[in-house]
Design a protein around this ligand. Structure first.
Ligand code: NAP
Length: 283
């Protein structure tokens, strides 16, 4: 990608460890160029345990802001001067704006996910949700859904303790169960929306669902969502589509959370439809 640097160009970046695989620089620079905004978005490795040192360096170097991925999202929380509601709810920051000496922490993951669902015509209100996985992504999705009047939220995870820990955040709404074939079949029969938040089916992650028969139990009107965006159509989505379910992949979430972050960094409103089409083309 060709970039046009000026002496006035403001710096943005993503921090993480590891971070070189990140698609954020490609996504953000594509949008910045399309909008003619005088910013550059870089990839910045920051080792675990060095979050506070990075914040001082970023302020000194005049960064306008940055995104954060593993392992900095929780470490940033106590270091912010202000937190938005989602960052406080998730106890996780993925977007930081630096204004003068002040640090503003946000989390755009849940908002990005919810917007992607709504864009696909899937309103979670009143739905019985079956969430597969209990890692970082599942946490943002579950907590966002817990504010959307879903009817119930069942968390299926291979490691039971992690599902139980997540469900403790909203015990009235959330219930932890296992990830075995029979449990998945039983829970699918009473679900209106299935969301895969595991890495099963992701390119290079080395795992795949061994059994898709739980999809046979799903009510026909149920929708199936996969947070994975590479490949764009996972085996889970292909199998759900074959059975006639509405499906959506993780591209919408990826693009939306990036758009919301860029709006925060630059104070410019973006046309989500135009940006999504653009980003899908470069991805
Ligand atoms: P994570 O914190 O590492 O969690 C991984 C989850 O996958 C855990 O629940 C883990 O279960 C489960 N898992 C892994 N291998 C498994 C296996 N062989 N069998 C059953 N379960 C297995 O990762 P994450 O950050 O939450 O990300 C999860 C997925 O979401 C990834 O594919 C990522 O690409 C995607 N994601 C997409 C977006 C987006 O913008 N579209 C954003 C964030 C994440 P255990 O607890 O038992 O280990």
């Amino acid at each position: 990608m060709q970039v046009n640097l000026k002496n006035t160009t403001r710096k943005l970046c993503i921090i993480g460890d590891p971070v070189v695989h990140s698609k954020s620089p490609l996504v953000q620079n594509t949008m910045l160029q399309a909008m003619g905004l005088d910013y550059i978005y870089l990839c910045q490795p920051v080792p675990r345990g060095r979050t506070a040192q990075w914040l001082e360096a970023a302020k000194e170097a005049g960064y306008a802001g940055f995104n954060a991925t593993m392992p900095h999202k929780s470490a940033l929380v106590p270091l912010m001067d202000q937190l938005d509601e989602d960052a406080r709810l998730y106890q996780s920051v993925n977007t930081v704006c630096i204004k003068g000496n002040e640090l503003y922490g946000y989390n755009t993951d849940g908002r990005g996910f919810l917007q992607a669902l709504l864009d696909a015509g899937v309103d979670p209100a009143g739905k019985r949700v079956l969430l597969l996985g209990a890692g970082g992504a599942a946490r943002s999705v579950a907590l966002k859904l817990s504010t959307q009047e879903v009817s119930s939220l069942t968390v299926c995870n291979r490691t039971a303790e992690k599902a139980e820990l997540l469900c403790k955040l909203s015990p009235r709404l959330m219930r932890a169960v296992g990830f075995d074939r029979e449990t998945l079949r039983r829970e699918a029969a009473r679900a209106d929306l299935v969301i895969n938040c595991t890495c099963l089916g992701m390119t290079d992650a080395g795992g795949e669902f061994t059994d898709f028969t739980f999809l046979d139990e799903l009510p026909s009107a149920a929708a199936v969502c996969d947070l994975i965006y590479a490949p764009a159509k996972t085996k889970l989505l292909a199998q759900a589509e074959k059975r006639g379910h509405v499906t959506l992949n993780g591209i919408g979430m990826l693009v939306n959370q990036a758009i919301f972050a860029l709006e925060l960094f630059t104070g410019t409103q973006l046309d989500r439809k135009v940006m999504r089409a653009l980003v899908e083309r470069v991805l």
